[in-house]
Ligand binder design. Structure first.
Ligand code: NAD
Length: 240
């Protein structure tokens, strides 16, 4: 049966945005080569030097706004897959960029947060922003200074939307992982969760190389996502 008649869960990671010009974290020449995780992705780092952390995210956001950075054919194909899916569809991304939305994806959850939003650590007020983050920023709601931070999940923090994600996984019939090293939990454990259900589920992985979870998938599409994903989606849509 065509997968368009099944409940589809897509998991994406930094690899899908790489061909759009956004660095991954763990690969050689990735972001971690220039920054230490503990200096930019922890609450401790923010408390110690908030503007160092703010500037790291200002830099990420500026890069995303560069007109040269745009969704690639993998992002665009996933929006097409969503539009053609006749059952339930959910795209969960570990990425904090907005390239899926810009490609037209609608049913999407950013489990590690997003560069689009900030929130106040004091009153939890959250808002979409489009300015340079600074420790001098005054929260619009509670008027505290220096409590507003990027709405991105840092190390030691709980990823977002886990209830919604696991509830969708309960009924997932097709699981597709794209451009993720499958090293960062809990996302890396989604496939284990599904395998443990014992249900008949189709597993596809798209990556430029094999990962330490590759053997768990029914099929591995090795190559750049901007080529492998559109080919796959077009074949599925043609065969419907
Ligand atoms: P990762 O850096 O650990 O792994 C990236 C994976 O993508 C690797 O397995 C690599 O082989 C693969 N890859 C690289 N180029 C590819 C291509 N052209 N086509 C297909 N696959 C390709 O990334 P991760 O698994 O997403 O986990 C890292 C964490 O870093 C996530 O939490 C994410 O939030 C964060 N991150 C996000 C962004 C972003 O928003 N674009 C960028 C860097 C890191």
């Amino acid at each position: 049966m065509c997968i368009l008649n099944k409940n589809i869960f897509i998991l994406t990671g930094a690899g899908i945005s790489k061909e759009s010009g956004i660095e991954t974290f763990r690969e050689k020449d990735g972001l971690w080569d220039n920054y230490k995780i503990e200096d930019v992705c922890t609450v401790e780092a923010f408390n110690k030097d908030p503007d160092y952390v703010n500037n790291f995210y200002n830099e990420r956001k500026r890069k995303l706004q560069n007109p040269k950075i745009s969704p690639n054919n993998a992002h665009i194909s996933l929006a097409k897959l969503e539009a053609n899916c006749k059952r339930n569809f959910l795209l969960v991304t570990q990425n904090i960029d907005n390239l899926h939305e810009r490609a037209g994806s609608k049913k999407i959850l950013h489990m590690h947060g997003s560069l689009e939003k900030i929130y106040c650590m004091y009153c939890k007020h959250s808002e979409i922003f489009n300015f340079e983050l600074s420790s001098k920023y005054v929260c619009k709601n509670c008027k505290n200074v220096g409590m507003v931070r990027i709405d991105v999940v840092w190390f030691g923090e709980q990823p977002k939307y886990l209830d919604k994600i696991y509830s969708f996984l309960e009924n997932t019939e097709v699981f597709i992982s794209i451009g993720t090293s499958n090293n960062v939990y809990p996302a890396a454990g989604f496939i284990d969760f599904l395998l443990q259900t014992g249900k008949k589920i189709i597993f596809y992985e798209f990556n430029i190389e094999t990962t330490n979870k590759s053997s768990l998938f029914d099929k591995n599409f090795i190559g750049p996502a901007s080529k492998t994903v559109p080919g796959f989606v077009d074949r599925i849509i043609k065969s419907k």
